[in-house]
Ligand binder design. Structure first.
Ligand SMILES: Cc1ncc(COP(=O)(O)O)c(C=O)c1O
Length: 378
C-alpha cells in the first residue's frame, strides 16, 4: 500500500482533465479526528438534517451550518432547505425528483417533460431515464450554451416543463442563459415550470468573485431558480465525493414523502443514510478557508485559467475559454500528452476532436508553462 500511496501522490499535480483540487489540506482535520476519537466512530446522518428529537449519533447541526452557508451565497432567504448530497449526480437527482414532484402536485393530470442541453452533464439525461420522465435534448451552440431557439422550438406548451440548466457544461463549461430560458418559459404558456441549476464546479467559486454579474448567475433571489446542486469535491476541495443541494423549502410541501414511522417521520431525501463525516469535513473547510480564503482561491483560479488561455494563444495553439470558466479546451493533442496530463477528450460537431484541462487552485505559472510547452511542441 505504501508504494501505491507514493505513486498516487507523485502523480497528483498532473490530473488536469477533471475538476479536482489537488491541494486539499486536510492533514489537520484527520489529526483532529484521531485526537478526538471520531476516527474510530461511525457517523451517519439520516434524512432531513433539520429534524428535531433525534437520538442516533449525527452531525446534523454541522450539515445545517454548511447548507445555510451555501444557501446564503446562492441567494436563498428564509424559504430554504437542503442536504449534503453524495455528489453532483445525487444533487441533480434531488433537483429533478423534487422538480417532478412539485410539478405533479401543481398539475396532477399532465406529466412533465425534462429539457436539458446536449452539453449538460450526462447525469441529467440519465436521471430523466431513471425517473422515467420524457426527456428532450436541446441542441447546444458552438460555445456550449443551450441553443435557446431550439429550446423554444421543442418546448411543449401543453405540459409542465422541468428544465435542467447547466451553469458550466461538462466539456466546454459554458453557462446557459437563464434569462433567455425564462422568457421562453414565460411566453410559452406552459401550465407550470421548475428550474434546477447544475453548478457542480462553478457553484464553488462564482459566489466569491468580485463581480456582481458573476454572483448574480447563482442567485436564487435574482434568477428565481427552484433548486441548485454544487459538488463538494470540485472547487470546494473535499477529497472524496460529496455535494450540497439547496431548494426552496416550500418545494418539500409538494413531495408527499412516504411516512417512515420507525425513523420518526417523513424522509424527504432519496437515500436514507449519508456520511456524517462529510458534514464535518465541509464545515472544517468552510471555517478554515473563510469567505476571504474562498475569494482569494476564486480570483487565483480564474487568473490562472486566463493565463493558460493567453499563453496557449500566444504560442500558436488554438484554444477556447468561456466567460467565468476555469476550463480551457483545444484541439486534441497526441496521445502521450493526453495520458501525461490525464486530459478529458470529446468530439464536437462544430470544432472536431477536442481535449480540455480544468484549472484548479493548485495551478501556478510553472505548471502552466510546462503544459503550454508540451502543447505547442516546444
Ligand atoms: C457539470 C457537472 N455536473 C454534474 C457532475 C457529476 O458530479 P459527480 O461526479 O459528483 O456525480 C459533473 C462531474 O464532473 C459535472 O461536471
Amino acid at each position: 500500500m505504501d508504494s501505491c500511496a507514493r505513486a498516487l501522490v507523485s502523480r497528483r499535480r498532473l490530473q488536469m482533465g477533471y475538476p479536482f483540487n489537488q491541494d486539499t489540506d486536510f492533514a489537520d482535520y484527520y489529526r483532529w479526528l484521531v485526537d478526538t476519537g471520531l476516527a474510530d466512530t461511525t457517523l451517519i446522518n439520516v434524512g432531513d438534517p433539520y429534524k428535531k428529537d433525534w437520538d442516533m449519533l449525527n452531525t446534523d447541526e454541522f450539515e445545517r451550518s454548511c447548507i445555510d452557508f451555501f444557501a446564503k451565497h446562492f441567494g436563498f432567504g428564509e424559504d430554504r432547505w437542503g442536504v449534503i448530497s453524495n455528489g453532483g449526480t445525487d444533487g441533480n437527482m434531488h433537483g429533478l425528483y423534487f422538480g417532478r414532484k412539485s410539478l405533479q402536485a401543481r398539475v396532477p393530470d399532465k406529466p412533465c417533460v425534462l429539457y436539458v442541453s446536449e452539453e449538460a452533464h450526462y447525469s441529467m439525461r440519465k436521471l430523466g431515464d431513471i425517473l422515467n420522465m420524457p426527456t428532450c435534448t436541446v441542441a447546444a451552440l458552438e460555445d456550449g450554451r443551450m441553443d435557446v431557439d431550439d429550446f423554444a422550438r421543442k418546448l411543449d406548451p401543453s405540459k409542465p416543463a422541468l428544465v435542467g440548466i447547466a451553469i458550466g457544461g461538462t466539456f466546454k463549461a459554458a453557462i446557459d442563459d437563464q434569462d433567455a430560458i425564462d422568457s421562453v418559459l414565460k411566453s410559452s404558456g406552459v401550465p407550470a415550470y421548475y428550474r434546477h441549476l447544475d453548478v457542480a464546479l462553478f457553484g464553488g467559486y462564482l459566489p466569491f468573485l468580485d463581480d456582481e454579474k458573476a454572483r448574480g448567475i447563482v442567485s436564487a433571489k435574482l434568477r428565481g431558480f427552484d433548486s441548485i446542486a454544487v459538488s463538494g469535491h470540485k472547487f470546494l476541495s473535499l477529497n472524496e465525493p460529496a455535494g450540497v443541494f439547496v431548494c426552496r423549502r416550500r418545494v418539500l410541501e409538494d413531495l408527499h414523502s412516504i411516512p417512515v414511522p420507525y425513523l420518526n417521520g417523513v424522509i424527504p431525501t432519496i437515500s436514507c443514510s449519508r456520511s456524517g463525516f462529510d458534514a464535518l469535513k465541509l464545515y472544517w473547510r468552510i471555517c478554515s478557508t473563510g469567505e476571504e480564503g474562498f475569494k482569494k482561491e476564486a480570483a487565483h483560479t480564474l487568473k490562472m485559467a486566463e493565463l493558460l488561455h493567453g499563453k496557449l494563444l500566444a504560442a500558436g495553439v488554438e484554444a477556447w475559454r468561456n466567460p467565468y470558466s476555469t476550463t480551457v479546451f483545444f484541439r486534441r493533442p497526441k496521445d502521450s500528452l493526453i495520458h501525461k496530463y490525464c486530459m478529458a477528450c470529446e468530439g464536437c460537431r462544430y470544432l472536431g476532436e477536442l481535449s480540455h484541462v480544468v484549472v484548479m487552485q493548485y495551478f501556478d505559472e510553472e505548471l502552466i508553462d510546462m503544459l503550454v510547452g508540451d502543447l505547442s511542441g516546444r
